[in-house]
Design a protein around this ligand. Structure first.
Ligand code: FE2
Length: 476
């Protein structure tokens, strides 16, 4: 029998893992009706540590991935959840205990030194006929889109064996998937790989370049014409680690560097822009703009003043948690014809948040509608986002959905009303955790006005722990 989980805020409440894998074939639609046009599956991924940590430390990012699927068809919904059965998962399940610690730089049980640390817990992405569970340090793991059976790690037909960001970008016009991998030449290296996969899932391009310094590079941005590699000072310094310092740490002295290249050019052409130290986990979108013969890139990102969840370079504990100082949505403008390597920043709105998303048919292009999770209630420890926001970037107007006291939201996922619907016209799907019932609901909002509340609330048979990312796969 496993021992209890320790009293760590990221292992308690709805951050605690669920221990059951289950199938619920016909869920109760407790409020409203599922719209007739909503047919498909919402996949969610997040950390769900299978055993308590080996030591006293635990990092939210390192629990084993569990995928949750809510399938909607003809007004009915079903639910299924499964752990991602990585090499580490299988070895630990067989051993019946934790072998790989869930702290950065944590210990391994004797004999487990060579086990892959892939937890495949960050995102779940459908592309090229393949459902992939991804963390950012390893190969993606294929899963059956219906049964959620783990099919094994996927290395693009043997063409790319390196790490893959959990935030690949799918070009809505070409169907291509673009992605990068950091520490691509090994732990602690500043090397970043860049890949393109065609719509059928075939890897067509793989190159390597060196970032100005080694760091945690969580996400990137692409436009119709450019690729943007943001490098922020959540540094990974081998010498610091060898001296017993933290693996990933805030070191503002190195500043922010943003690498930009044309999509049709080589990585040798990357131009590095320089800005003040900050951190962005997630961009919302970016676009390339041509004006008066000049080319600019507008990039909208959720910007923190410092990296949350990681210590300072001297090992001192960070004051900032995920929510103490929310990220703000800002627009960066890069003038590709200018002779300076600085860029302009404007704040877009005064309500911060996280998990920015858009109508992904407009990814990399001019767009108007953005969505994100925010906090509008007084902060209290261990309580995450409580409000979903729909912002009209043309007018600055916001609409918000607050599910009510004791209820918390996660990342919103937009689903268009139809393939040809105008931008932003459709539904926002999310999961709402209800503290009083200790259960989660699948909630559908109409983007016509999300403040009106759910047009459908579907009760899940379990709670879904607060996790990271998900995507909608349309049945059509
Ligand atoms: Fe992320």
């Amino acid at each position: 029998m496993s021992k209890p989980f320790p009293n760590n805020p990221l292992l308690q409440g709805n951050y605690a893992p669920v221990m059951a894998e289950c199938d619920a074939p016909d869920l109760v639609v407790a409020e409203g009706e599922l719209p007739a046009g909503l047919n498909g599956t919402l996949y969610r991924n997040g950390p769900n540590p299978m055993f308590p940590p080996l030591g006293n430390q635990h990092h939210w990012f390192l629990g084993e991935g569990m995928v949750h699927a809510i399938h909607v068809e003809d007004g009915k919904a079903s639910y299924r959840n499964r752990w991602v059965q990585t090499e580490g998962y299988k070895a630990q399940r067989e051993a019946g205990r934790r072998l790989i610690d869930t702290a950065f730089g944590g210990a391994r049980a004797p004999g487990a030194e060579e086990l892959s640390g892939n937890v495949a817990n960050t995102n779940i992405v459908w592309h090229g006929g393949r459902l992939m569970a991804i963390d950012e340090g390893n190969s993606p793991v294929s899963m059956d889109p219906v049964t959620l059976e783990t099919l094994g790690k996927w290395q693009f037909g043997g063409k790319y064996e390196g790490p893959m960001t959990a935030h690949p970008k799918i070009d809505p016009k070409t169907g291509e998937m673009l992605f990068f991998g950091y520490m691509a030449a090994g732990p602690g290296t500043p090397d970043i790989s860049y890949q393109v996969v065609d719509a059928s899932g075939r890897l067509t391009r793989s190159e390597m370049f060196q970032a100005p310094y080694a760091s945690m590079v969580h996400d990137f941005i692409t436009t119709d014409e450019h690729v943007i590699f943001p490098v922020f000072p959540a540094t990974i310094d081998v010498e610091r680690i060898m001296n017993g310092g933290p693996v990933i740490a805030w070191d503002p002295s190195v500043g922010t560097r943003i690498g930009i290249m044309a999509r049709n050019a080589s990585v040798d052409t990357i131009r590095w822009f320089e800005g003040d130290a900050c951190y962005v986990y997630h961009p919302m979108n970016a676009q390339t703009v041509h004006e008066g013969g000049k080319t600019k890139i507008l990039a909208d990102v959720m910007k923190y003043q410092r990296v949350p969840l990681f210590p300072n370079a001297d090992g001192s504990k960070a004051e900032l948690s995920f929510l103490d100082e929310p990220a703000m949505l800002v627009r960066w403008t890069f003038d590709l014809d200018g002779n300076t390597n600085s860029y302009k920043e404007e704040q877009i709105t005064d309500l911060g948040g996280e998990f920015p998303r858009l109508d992904e048919r407009f990814a990399g292009q001019g767009y108007r509608h953005g969505f994100y999770a925010a906090n509008t209630r007084p902060l209290s420890r261990g309580k995450p986002f409580d409000t979903l926001v729909h912002i009209d970037l043309a007018t600055g107007k916001r609409r918000a959905f607050d599910p009510g006291a004791g209820r918390y939201v996660i990342e919103p996922v937009f689903v268009p009303r139809s393939a040809s619907a105008p931008e932003g016209d459709g539904w926002l799907t999310t999961l709402v955790y209800d503290e009083a019932r200790n259960l989660s609901d699948f909630v559908v909002l109409d983007t016509g006005d999300i403040s009106k509340g759910p047009i459908a609330r579907v009760e899940l048979p379990t709670r879904v722990p607060f996790g990271f990312h998900g995507n909608w796969r349309s049945a059509a």
